[in-house]
Design a protein around this ligand. Structure first.
Ligand code: RAM
Length: 908
């Protein structure tokens, strides 16, 4: 080991993040947190000290006296969440930062690549005015286009085009554009798009809060004439939202408004600020209407060439109306922006019986279609979007309910035309193109995948095609539904931030992507949505569905911050959420003093969409009540509030006892005798110790009695495979996970699923499609089995201590039907890899953990004669031989390690 060490190079600090984002702009945190990870060759690598430097210029970073914060050398192995403690941060200022680290031998690294964060207004009042379209008089009409000539079945609004000219007479040093909208916007300067954000500023409860974006536009400006321009649409603010079919819905407001603040700093140190005011002009353009849910109608003949550049004659344009009323809280974006994240080429195109040409993208996805065609002027092309097809090859769109997700493009006839809708998002795999006489080429349609820009952090490859597809389907469900908020589905008139869906899926989500900043933002939405009585909602933002939260739904207000703490060690978020979490607990307690939760359960969904058996709702509700009480006790301990911890511990014990008294028979049988009943009781520690084996036996018996099939809904399914594995039935967990007969994940895959379905019986050979009233083919909830794929099959897990993978638990669990499993995961501390292969001789296992972490490896060695480490049967340091119970445990430092667990062979 020593020799490995002495040849290895210094550690490398990398992946620098501030507030869990890479180089964030417009940050309004007074004391932002800085994180990095360290990489290094060899084993047992450790950071022993670090030094951080922060300064407002790059040059000042090398000047000890010019620093805003200088930690000096600090003896510490921590790489995450170093709270800024330098000079008070100035508003609207870029701070560059650097870090270097010392390794276990005291060898110092080079400085990491330069990173920055840029502050926003830091709590100062939002400086810009608000502009919107004027309400026209009865006899007035917009010049362009004459909307009356078009069919607008949804009465959705057009997209307002705003512009404002200005002259620059001095050389520009830098420029920033801060912008937001009651609605959705895109900004342009001199015809060039500012940033790449889609549907900014995203969705918040616009009554309560609004986020703004900050863009570096220094290189958008030119000497002389300039134009800043904007497109403004309705978005979640005044467009169709949820199942509200009224127009105008007026959930938040009826008329979108834009607010922008362009600050130009000249080389001579002077500044010019341009705000949205009466110097702007607006017009309507080629969008006949644009709506997130319904789609977009765009007549390209009405394009106004040059409208967003200098030299355009805007004398016929209108003066805007001023003074929309924004919410009091306007602050810098807290999560990652929404972007076009990838593009999918069409796989095939077929003529359908209704005259359309149906393109197949090969993947159920969320985003928009890019159309590329040549057509004569005035040709109307309709693009309809659906997730699946009818048997005759036409689109199945019945499940969209009132949503249309249909785009209309009217061609100019000028060469090749390329178009994407601006403010509309669809959930689809198939695009039916109507209005073309001849079959268009495959390249005519491309799918633009849109979601919040989160880093993907995993890969999973196994010998089983079914498992590989299951993993892909789970990942695609997340790509499709992490859009502004974690939505239940992306296609029908719903697309809401349902709380239970989010809490059951969060662990899985955090394997697939770095979701910390995304959920930090959404937790603000959840807290905003808490009622004065303490009730969390069913959906956040509440928007079109204002009701209070059901058990397991409202409980997400406690589960989400605790899960984020376990995965990322985010204590600040936990501390901020804590008062709200406590208020929720007291709300439940007030209504249910005897511990059995039957009151204030609101829509009380139970184990939603379970199949063939119903778990008593009071049992589900009480189990969850106990669970959130236990989580509160943990939260209080972490936050060092011992009185609270004792209170919630006692509360948990009382509810647990009440649960046993009310729902449990002496033989450990639970009321209803359902799979979910046992799963919740076992997962939430509600069974007395001596009856745990009985509960497990009842569960197994239930599953076996159904020929190895599940009945679980949203709530039970998450615990199904993990609990079976934990209690010695991993073979049965594998059987369920790899099952192809109905109901199972495999059944949907065998029937062509490329995402997780909302319901086990979304389509069955026997009955065809489920009721179109509720039948999404892209709902991530039942995909919560993803946490088992990583946590059990691949065997990588955090230790739930909040150490954010400082200690990595590795417990690979091979099982029937899979001969090889290779997983990789980018933890907050770096890449973890885990791979096992089964052969006749036994299992070989290799893993890698990043510098500065410790691996607790547990190998199931039942029946094995020997365990080899790096090819030799040695007992390494940290070895605790536990082979009597069929397990061997090791504690190992960073680097890659190799084991072989050999089978017994006949003796000669
Ligand atoms: C459905 C949603 C969601 C679920 C609720 C109870 O409409 O799709 O997934 O949480 O109902």
């Amino acid at each position: 080991m020593e020799s490995v060490r002495s040849t290895c190079s210094a550690l490398r600090p990398e992946r620098l993040r501030c507030e869990h984002l890479v180089d964030p702009m417009g940050l309004d945190e007074v004391a932002p947190r800085l994180s990095w990870s360290v990489a290094g060759d060899g084993r047992d690598r450790r950071q022993s000290a670090y030094e951080i430097r922060v300064a407002t210029t790059r040059e000042a970073l090398s000047d000890e006296h010019g620093l805003a914060w200088h930690t000096g050398r600090v003896e510490s192995d921590e790489t995450l969440d170093h709270v800024y403690q330098g000079e008070p941060l100035q508003a609207c200022t870029r701070y560059w930062w650097l870090v270097r680290v010392w390794d276990e031998r005291g060898v110092v690294s080079g400085w990491a690549d330069l990173a920055f964060f840029e502050t926003g207004f830091m709590g100062a009042p939002w400086p810009a005015g608000w502009i919107s379209e004027r309400s026209l008089g009865a006899d007035e009409e917009y010049e362009t286009p004459r909307l009356a000539a078009y069919d607008n079945p949804f009465q959705a609004l057009s997209v307002a085009h705003f512009r404002r000219s200005f002259v620059l007479d001095r050389p520009v040093a830098s420029a920033r554009l801060h912008a937001t909208a009651l609605g959705v916007y895109e900004m342009l300067i001199n015809g060039r798009r500012v940033g790449e954000d889609v549907l900014a500023p995203g969705w918040t409860d616009y009554h309560t809060r609004l986020e703004y974006q900050t863009y570096d536009v220094s290189d958008h400006l030119v000497a002389g004439d300039n134009v800043v321009a904007a497109l403004l649409g309705e978005g979640w603010y005044s467009g169709y939202l949820g199942f509200n079919r009224k127009r105008p819905a007026n959930i938040y407001g009826v008329k979108p408004a834009l607010s922008a603040f362009l600050v130009i700093t000249f080389v001579d140190g002077t500044r010019l600020a341009i705000s949205t005011d009466d110097a702007w002009r607006y017009s309507r353009g080629p969008h006949i209407y644009s709506d997130v849910l319904m789609g977009e109608h765009y007549d390209a003949r009405l394009m106004m060439p040059g409208w967003n550049r200098p030299g355009f004659d805007d004398r016929t344009w209108h003066e805007p109306e001023l003074g929309a009323t924004p919410p009091r809280s306007i602050h810098g974006a807290r999560g990652p922006a929404i972007r076009v994240m990838r593009r999918l080429a069409a796989k095939s195109v077929k003529a359908a019986s209704d005259g359309s040409f149906v393109f197949d993208l090969g993947q159920n996805m969320v985003g928009r279609t890019c159309l590329r065609i040549r057509a004569e002027r005035g040709r109307v092309i309709r693009l309809r979007h659906g997730e699946v097809l009818h048997e005759d090859g036409t689109l199945y769109v019945e499940n969209l309910r009132s949503t249309r997700q249909e785009d209309i493009y009217v061609a100019t006839g000028e060469g090749e035309e390329v178009w994407e809708p601006t403010f509309s998002v669809h959930g689809f795999r198939y695009v039916a193109v109507h209005g073309l006489a001849d079959a268009p080429p495959l390249e005519a349609i491309e799918g633009c995948v849109i979601h919040n820009a989160m880093e993907e952090t995993s890969s999973l490859e196994t010998s089983s095609d079914l498992v590989n597809r299951l993993y892909a389907n789970i990942l695609w469900g997340q790509r499709g539904n992490f859009l502004a908020v974690p939505t239940d589905c992306p296609q029908r008139d719903e697309r809401l931030g349902w709380l239970a869906d989010a809490q059951v899926f969060l662990r899985t989500a955090s394997w697939n992507m770095d979701v910390q900043a995304f959920f930090t933002k959404w937790m603000i939405d959840v807290l905003d949505a808490q009622s004065p009585e303490g009730a969390f909602p069913d959906v956040a933002p509440r928007g079109p569905l204002p009701q209070d939260g059901a058990p397991a739904w409202g409980d997400a207000g406690v589960i989400v911050p605790m899960t984020l703490y376990e995965r990322y060690g985010d204590e600040r978020l936990l501390a901020r959420a804590y008062p709200g979490m406590a208020a929720w607990l007291h709300y439940i307690r007030r209504h249910n003093p005897d511990g059995i939760r039957t009151e204030a359960c609101h829509a009380n969904f139970g184990d939603w969409l379970s199949l063939g058996e119903q778990t008593p709702k009071a049992l589900v509700a009480t189990a969850y009540y106990a669970h959130v009480a236990a989580l509160m006790a943990r939260a209080a301990t972490i936050l060092k509030i011992p009185e609270d911890a004792a209170f919630y511990d006692a509360l948990f014990a009382r509810i647990r006892e009440a649960f046993q008294r009310r729902f449990m028979a002496k033989d450990g049988r639970l009321e209803g005798n359902t799979q979910t009943a046992y799963l919740l009781a076992l997962a939430f520690d509600l069974m007395p110790d001596h009856l745990v084996p009985r509960a497990v036996a009842h569960l197994v018996e239930n599953i076996e009695g159904r020929g190895g099939h599940l009945t679980t809904g949203f709530l039970g399914v998450r615990h199904l495979c993990p609990i079976l594995t934990q209690h010695g039935h991993s073979d049965l967990a594998y059987r369920l996970a790899l099952n192809e007969s109905y109901p199972s994940w495999g059944y949907s895959i065998a029937n062509g699923a490329t995402t997780i379905w909302e319901r086990w019986d979304g389509w069955t050979g026997e009955k065809g499609f489920q009721s179109p009233k509720m039948n999404s083919f892209n709902h991530y909830s039942l995909g919560s089995v993803g946490e088992w794929l990583f946590g059990a099959m691949a065997g990588i897990d955090d230790d739930r201590s909040g150490g954010a993978f400082r200690k990595i638990r590795l417990r690979p669990t091979p099982g029937p039907g899979v001969d090889r499993c290779a997983a990789r995961f980018l933890s907050p501390r770096g890449w973890i890899a885990s791979e096992w292969v089964r052969s006749q001789d036994g299992i070989s296992y290799a893993f890698e953990v990043p510098a500065n972490t410790l691996a607790i490896v547990e190998l199931v060695a039942k029946g094995a004669v020997s365990i080899l480490r790096d090819g030799e049967e040695t007992t390494p340091l940290g070895w605790t031989d536990d082979r009597d119970r069929g397990r061997a445990k090791f504690e190992l430092g960073s680097g890659s390690h190799r084991f072989a667990v050999l089978n017994a062979r006949p003796q000669h």
